[in-house]
Design a protein around this ligand. Structure first.
Ligand code: 1PZ
Length: 208
């Protein structure tokens, strides 16, 4: 099968990777488990988006990549997302800084932020990304971030590229991007819900 190269069309690569992941949730023969290594591969494609945002979001990229790296290391010994939560539950380290369950929670928030940004991009044609990005961040991530991080992120919003510039960097036009944004939204929602259920079904609340 021919797969779009991530450099030629980052959005296609992202949409495709998440569609593959969400398929495993429908596929009963896997017992509907998501593999940690496959999850990390898909999630790592998202960091391409950061590189289109400029230097102000470099720190966000480094943060995101660090969490993913922790999960990737764990994938050498843990097969599935469920395994890392079970291990952290057993050692009472679910919320411990740097633990896999905590890193997974952070990566999940990043994926949901991208989902929210994509959804808002479909509802407006404002050429500034500031409103879209601020609204999405305020809904999805800000409640869980410290005051210092929130302040830095909102300040960084003034340095975002325009919508035109973003699509150009992604090798997209308005028309070509629309379908791919929708594909990611549709595919990511069940994955995000699945990750949340891993915590909730173990009586871990999601207020962190
Ligand atoms: C096209 C519009 C672009 C909008 C850009 C919006 C960018 C928001 C950036 C959010 C930065 C958060 C940076 C630091 C967060 C840290 O507080 C936590 C600490 O976790 P801990 O160590 O306490 O467990 N780190 C994270 O949450 C991991 C990083 C998440 C960044 C995800 C953003 C993904 C967005 C991609 C947008 C293209």
């Amino acid at each position: 099968r021919v797969v779009d190269s991530p450099t030629a069309s980052p959005l296609s690569a992202i949409a495709e990777a998440f569609e593959e992941l969400s398929k495993t949730l429908k596929d009963n023969k896997n017992g509907q488990e998501i593999r940690l290594d496959t999850f990390c591969q898909a999630a790592s494609l998202v960091s391409i988006l950061f590189r289109c945002l400029g230097l102000a979001f470099k720190f966000a990229e480094l943060e995101y990549v660090a969490k993913l790296h922790g999960l990737l290391e764990a994938s050498k010994t843990c097969d599935t997302l469920k395994d890392i939560i079970d291990l952290d539950v057993a050692s009472d380290t679910v919320k411990t800084s740097g633990s896999c369950s905590r890193n997974l929670r952070r990566v999940r928030q990043g994926l949901d932020l991208v989902r929210a940004i994509f959804q808002l991009l479909l509802t407006t044609d404002d050429n500034s990304l500031k409103e879209v990005a601020s609204t999405a961040y305020g809904q999805v991530c800000a409640p869980y971030h410290t005051w210092a991080v929130r302040t830095a992120v909102y300040a960084g919003m003034y340095t975002l590229p325009t919508r035109d510039q973003l699509f150009m960097k992604l090798n997209e036009t308005e028309q070509s991007a629309e379908k791919k944004l929708k594909r990611y939204i549709t595919a990511s929602i069940p994955i995000i819900e699945y990750v949340d259920k891993l915590y909730l079904s173990r009586k871990i609340t999601l207020d962190w």
